[in-house]
Design a protein around this ligand. Structure first.
Ligand SMILES: C[S@@+](CC[C@H](N)C(=O)[O-])C[C@H]1O[C@@H](n2cnc3c(N)ncnc32)[C@H](O)[C@@H]1O
Length: 217
């Protein structure tokens, strides 16, 4: 905890509206320190805050981060972080042992797609951000659809969902194909753990339902 507070106080992006706030930063730090992966493969770099935080938490790990666009305000270039401008599914991960690596998906892309890809590439541990159930989709802009929480709740999968956020109206048309995704996720997800929200303790904005997933081998 002391090491976290020391690094967090020196974070290079103090205002990062779409990056993680204090509560999720603390979890990312603790998860990274607990697992000590040999590599972190991230999808969703944005301004580079979470990649920087992983770099601080795991000084010996290889950190590779992917995004498909550059933010207008520019991107942090931290030492020894491999920044890539491409979707992770087409990226070469040569030299990375997926069994000893951690995948972090914070790109608002379907959790089904990301879990399926990670499983096919041989990863065992995946950390998902924005794992909101159907009734909390308004908590983030353009949430990953379907989220893992939705895939675990058969009722929400085939329904049409509607919600509003910041004056914008969103609709998600659940489809029968989600039932197939639900079945596959059941096969490949061996265990998952959603980290508790720290907002009631820290009185800082709530986190994004970070969820650690262990995939079948
Ligand atoms: C919430 S931000 C990531 C925040 C970052 N992880 C942090 O905490 O500092 C989501 C990012 O996902 C990116 N994104 C969207 N589609 C993507 C894709 N197919 N592959 C990788 N990144 C993508 C967006 O461009 C955006 O920068």
């Amino acid at each position: 905890m002391d090491a976290f507070f020391c690094r967090y106080a020196k974070r290079p992006l103090a205002i990062d509206r779409h990056g993680c706030g204090f509560n999720d930063s603390l979890w990312l730090w603790l998860i990274a320190r607990w697992l000590l992966p040999e590599a972190v493969v991230e999808s969703g770099t944005f301004m580079g805050y979470s990649a920087w935080l992983f770099r601080q938490a795991c000084p010996a790990a290889r950190i590779v981060t992917h995004d498909v666009e550059l933010p207008l305000a520019g991107r942090l270039r931290a030492r020894a972080v491999d920044y890539r401008l491409q979707d992770w599914s087409t990226a070469s991960l040569e030299g990375i042992d997926p069994k000893r690596a951690l995948c972090f998906f914070d790109d608002h892309i379907s959790h089904f797609l990301r879990l399926h890809q990670a499983h096919q590439r041989g990863f065992h541990l995946v950390l998902l951000d924005d794992n909101f159930p159907a009734r909390q989709l308004h908590a983030t802009g353009a949430p990953p659809l379907p989220s893992l929480a939705m895939l675990e709740d058969e009722e929400s999968l085939t329904r049409t969902l509607e919600w509003q956020r910041k004056g914008k109206h969103y609709t998600y048309h659940g489809a029968q194909e989600n039932a197939r995704e639900h079945a596959l996720v059941k096969q490949i997800v061996k265990a998952c753990y959603r980290f508790p929200d720290l907002a009631a303790i820290t009185r800082l904005p709530p986190g994004s339902n970070l969820t650690l997933v262990r995939l079948s081998v």
